[in-house]
Design a protein around this ligand. Structure first.
Ligand SMILES: *Cc1c(COP(=O)(O)O)cnc(C)c1O
Length: 494
């Protein structure tokens, strides 16, 4: 199976090269030339397997330069540190409403599902391509990717990892998680700007030929741990398929029944993974795309026009405070019949004018697969409180956005299809806003000090990796202007 760049259909590479490079040289995203066709029995054959076994079999379909034994080994190592009996359990709230809990990993957000796996895939990809240089992984984070990538790549041979996060754009717990990161090969830096500024800066560094050349002489090359890397997207396919199998195994649905999947999204990475499983034949009816007040995706899916020229809001679901959704590019490539010229043109319009409109045929295809809505902070707070008080389930603000959007969708359409909602973070990562939603008074900028209050209020327990933060020294305090990101990279590599 080959991977093709969304901006140059001539550029086709193996899976391991797509993962090693992260982003293609012309700035495109590598995406499968064709999705694996699986028979009706493929998903059935996974029902009685563990998550790790399911992961190896699913990833093997996409990674033909890896063996199933290799992938099984990576899966068993990657998910060994997760708490609880399964890495991504399904929690039934009531009949027909299920949450796929994706935050039982070491950094307590769904990014661990892929970023605990990516280091194995990436280092194996380097070996398979005879790459001797050190890979320097650059990450722009809206809060959770940075910590998950740092934790995944900490002290991994032949790798360096540098994370940029928006100053004042992440939660206090998220910031503490990153600035206290341990490890010899890690670096963390704040950027004066928002996530889009950080992501644009990282992409510019990627395509800076001079810097690339300079670092190459020093024995480094760049790669990405953002969801522009296929190695991030693929492990995320696994949990949607696994969630479906769990629903069948536990008798919630019959094999072949269709479900809806609802995903709180920002960069469109998580919901794109769900889309790919639908294309593979997983019985998904609607993909429900949930945004916060930065509802650029809601508007796009409802109108066919993407327009990033709008106010940017800092919300209580910071990991979705994004106006430029990178992974939408992969969807546009698919829906246009892999028309690289068309995608290049749209991306150019996005860069120069800040907006583009898709063709009526693509709009129709979007309508067939997707529904979309958004939830502002006020409504998110009500959802958190109601879900806890009436349904006895404590959810984080991102998950609450998903639940809120699904509720509105179900009321409006009368659609009774069972739903699987992606639960993307532990509520303890957003302790301050969760407590406020529950009606508690909370000081500004407090983080770990609040865990006890949330535990007492809700009778839940803070995850161990978050509790341990309280005793760790802060190692990284640097904050730079956007224009200084390049020199920050050079400094960190010296
Ligand atoms: C990253 C993140 C999201 C959004 O995921 P995308 O892949 O960017 O769509 C949602 N919730 C949480 C908690 C996250 O960390």
């Amino acid at each position: 199976m080959k991977y093709v760049s969304t901006r140059n259909a001539e550029n086709k590479v193996t899976a391991s090269l797509a993962i090693a490079e992260g982003l293609s040289k012309e700035g495109g995203l590598y995406t499968p030339v064709s999705l694996p066709v699986v028979g009706d029995d493929f998903f059935r054959s996974l029902i009685d397997l563990s998550y790790q076994e399911r992961a190896a079999k699913i990833m093997k379909l996409f990674l033909d330069d890896f063996t199933e034994e290799e992938l099984a080994e990576y899966a068993s190592k990657a998910y060994a540190g997760f708490d609880g009996p399964a890495p991504a359990p399904v929690r039934m709230l009531r009949d027909g409403v299920h949450f796929l809990e994706l935050w039982h990993g070491p950094t307590c957000a769904f990014k661990d599902m892929a970023l605990q796996m990516l280091p194995y895939l990436l280092t194996a990809s380097l070996r398979k391509n005879g790459e001797q240089k050190q890979v320097c992984i650059l990450v722009a984070t809206s809060g959770d990717t940075g910590k998950a990538a740092l934790e995944g790549f900490r002290d991994v041979d032949q790798t360096r990892i540098l994370v940029f996060f928006p100053d004042h754009g992440v939660s206090a717990v998220q910031q503490l998680q990153m600035t206290t990161q341990r490890g010899k090969n890690v670096g963390v830096c704040a950027v004066k700007g928002n996530f889009d500024d950080a992501q644009t800066g990282v992409k510019a560094i990627f395509s800076d030929a001079e810097l690339r050349e300079k670092l190459s002489r020093k024995g480094f090359f760049f790669s990405s741990a953002n969801s522009i890397n296929w190695g991030r997207v693929l492990p995320q396919l696994v949990y949607y398929i696994s969630g479906y199998c769990d629903l069948v195994r536990d008798g919630r649905i019959a094999y072949g029944d269709r479900i809806n999947v609802c995903v709180p999204t920002g960069n469109f990475g998580n919901i794109l993974s769900a889309y790919f499983t639908k294309q593979m034949g997983l019985p998904i009816a609607k993909l429900i795309c949930a945004s916060n007040k930065n509802c650029v995706l809601t508007d796009f899916l409802n109108t066919g026009t993407y327009n990033r020229c709008r106010d940017f809001y800092t919300t209580m679901s910071p990991s979705m405070d994004i106006l430029i959704s990178s992974n939408l590019e992969r969807l546009l490539f698919e829906l246009s019949g892999q028309d690289d010229g068309y995608v290049r043109d749209l991306m150019e319009q996005l860069k120069t004018k800040g907006t583009y409109t898709v063709t009526p045929a693509i709009k129709k295809a979007l309508d067939d697969d997707f529904a979309a809505g958004f939830c502002d902070d006020e409504k998110t707070a009500v959802i958190i409180r109601d879900t806890f008080e009436k349904e006895n389930y404590l959810i984080d603000p991102h998950t609450a956005v998903g639940y809120g959007v699904w509720k509105e969708y179900a009321e409006k359409t009368g659609d009774k299809t069972p739903v699987l909602i992606a639960s993307t973070a532990s509520p303890y990562k957003f302790c301050d806003n969760v407590l406020r939603s529950l009606g508690e008074t909370v000081p500004e900028n407090a983080s770990v000090e609040l865990f006890g209050q949330l535990e007492k209020r809700t009778g839940t327990v803070a995850p161990t990796p978050l509790r341990e933060l309280a005793g760790l020294p802060v190692r990284f305090t640097r904050s730079v202007e956007k224009e200084e990101m390049i020199s920050a990279v050079s400094d960190m590599l010296n």
